[in-house]
Design a binder for this molecule. Structure first.
Ligand code: MG
Length: 156
């Protein structure tokens, strides 16, 4: 087994859709990013690449590249899964924590699980996504942005 951890945070920005875990969520702000700003997928990709000792998402998909401007992060996730398959690694389980004061994400979690488990070719019972606030503390508490932690287990 191989374990990996990923962390990412993005700042809220107006005039962009909010996309988390492949799901577009109705909200006043999106997230500033070179890609579509799906911070859930970015943290997940970094956890997967970390477990595989393949570097990180910035190394694979440089934000200096026009190819990745506003790209759907699910495309990046599927690319990462391809890299794992090439390295004879299979995703065994995934746990994700989304840290944000708002919007409320509970109504969207099942959709995120369905989309990401499909991209990962993983049974939905092996993928957990949860959301928490920080009770008003810190940058997420002040509503400045969203942070995500992801932990994955890979099987050789
Ligand atoms: Mg990112």
């Amino acid at each position: 087994m191989r374990i990996g951890h990923g962390y990412d945070a993005h700042r809220f920005a107006s005039g962009r859709p909010l996309v988390l875990g492949g799901v577009t969520i109705p909200y006043s702000n999106g997230l500033a990013a070179h890609s579509n700003g799906d911070v859930v997928i970015h943290a997940l990709c970094d956890a997967l690449l970390g477990a595989a000792a393949l570097g990180d998402i910035g190394k694979l998909f440089p934000d200096s590249s026009e190819e990745y401007r506003n790209i759907d992060s699910r495309i990046l996730l599927r690319e990462v899964v391809k890299c794992l398959t090439d390295a004879d690694l299979r995703v065994s389980s995934v746990d994700v924590s989304i840290v944000t004061q708002r919007p409320r994400l509970a109504p969207h979690i099942a959709d995120m699980v369905q989309r990401l488990s499909s991209d990962l070719a993983l049974a939905s019972g092996r993928l957990n996504i949860k959301a928490t606030t920080t009770e008003g503390m810190g940058f997420t508490g002040r509503g400045e942005g969203i942070a995500v932690h992801a932990v994955v287990l890979l099987e050789e």
